[in-house]
Design a binder for this molecule. Sequence first.
Ligand SMILES: *[C@@H]1O[C@H](CO)[C@@H](O)[C@H](O)[C@H]1NC(C)=O
Ligand SMILES: *[C@@H]1O[C@H](CO)[C@@H](O)[C@H](O)[C@H]1NC(C)=O
Ligand SMILES: *[C@@H]1O[C@H](CO)[C@@H](O)[C@H](O)[C@H]1NC(C)=O
Ligand SMILES: *[C@@H]1O[C@H](CO)[C@@H](O)[C@H](O)[C@H]1NC(C)=O
Length: 414
Amino acid sequence: MELPVNKGIINIAILLSIVLITGTIIRLNYPALQQKSSSSVSTYFYNAADDMNQVGCDIFTGEWVPDPDAPYYTNKTCWAIHEHQNCMKYGRPDSDFIKWKWKPDDCDLPAFNPFHFLHLLRDKSMAFVGDSVGRNQMQSMICLLSKVEYPIDDSPTSDEQFKRWKYANYNFTLEYFRSPFLVRSEERDSDGPTHTGLFNLYLDEFDESWTSHIDSVDYLVLNTGHWFTRPAVYYENRRVVGCHFCQLPNTADLHIAYAYRRAFRTAFGAVNSRRSFGGVTFLRTFAPSHFEGGLWNEGGDCVRRRPFRSNETILEGVNLDLYMIELEEFRAAEKEGKKRWRLIDTTQAMLLRPDGHPSKYGHWPNQNVTLYNDCVHWCLPGPIDNWAQMLQHMIMLVAPKDYLSQIHSHKKMQ
Ligand SMILES: *[C@@H]1O[C@H](CO)[C@@H](O)[C@H](O)[C@H]1NC(C)=O
Ligand SMILES: *[C@@H]1O[C@H](CO)[C@@H](O)[C@H](O)[C@H]1NC(C)=O
Ligand SMILES: *[C@@H]1O[C@H](CO)[C@@H](O)[C@H](O)[C@H]1NC(C)=O
Ligand SMILES: *[C@@H]1O[C@H](CO)[C@@H](O)[C@H](O)[C@H]1NC(C)=O
């Protein structure tokens, strides 16, 4: 009853304008890859139109353009900003990095509308599963939604690896499962060969801390990536098959691509084999880090103050490898035809944002933290806020039927 007719009409107008904007089928190739002439790459062209049932504009290819309306929240209006991403608190001197928005080449991404978004998610549940960049995204979303409502903490325990929030007025449940590799893992040695810890990765084993809790989830948002660069021992069938930089005797060094591919296969297999899971799974693709002048633990930093234009940089090296593996394994999982799969391809957009990370403004200067210059996570507010728009758009594409019938039934009630 709380949905007045005029709001319903506005919402239908939003829906129609999206349909109109995206009505043309545009077949676009991934721009960063277009510039590569290597034939091994050309077979991997990503066609976003395919992901959107042929009704979508490719929202993942574009440029960052000035956004005079940003920011949409500050650290004073939103309490959900994680300490290490509260860059203004820790003295980041510039704020231009906040004032950009993602503009797809061939359409406009509708602005994030917290009322509209919560309306889409009424009586639904969404779970973010992955590493702290996934948590970063979730906290950005909570801040953007805070204009309408704050969720209440409904977590069953004080364990920070699993959080549950409830939007009381919308009966919308939001969950976070920390699973940095998406497969079962454990820390084997907290110091390890590089003082950054050594992990055991069970590449063929589900991480049941999330896989056994997704039955009631309507929208599952998966991500992983950064942790695979850490030293790790790889297991299959409970036996060591190799490792990444573990420096243990008689253990073959394997490229992280090996583990990355197998981990995706296992995680996607877990979703596809989960009989009661009927939701949509979004894979939010890898967001590259931007260390320059050294690796993350060797003094590398991210000091740029402007986004790149798309012609100024290119996805390459390990980033390109990891991205390709994600896409290939995603396609394979989708092809099984058992569940609904969608890509949220943030890779290109985030490749262009070397200016959006905390760098040394994620803590006080004299604090002894592992990631001193953080060029992995994203300041809040900041460029990661644009992921909410992408998510909103994607949910619109998968939920329009539910959505229209809801508007319809609300109208009938009046
Ligand atoms: C918010 O940022 C300002 C600087 O812009 C800082 O002085 C303040 O301590 C921060 N507040 C919180 C609650 O993080
Ligand atoms: C809240 O949503 C759940 C589904 O997530 C549904 O089963 C339940 O009936 C809803 N509760 C109310 C009060 O509508
Ligand atoms: C990138 O494109 C912009 C606008 O089209 C142009 O002004 C600029 O010179 C280009 N930069 C490079 C490095 O090609
Ligand atoms: C920083 O902390 C680590 C462990 O927490 C310790 O081993 C190291 O000596 C500390 N470094 C400094 C400079 O205090």
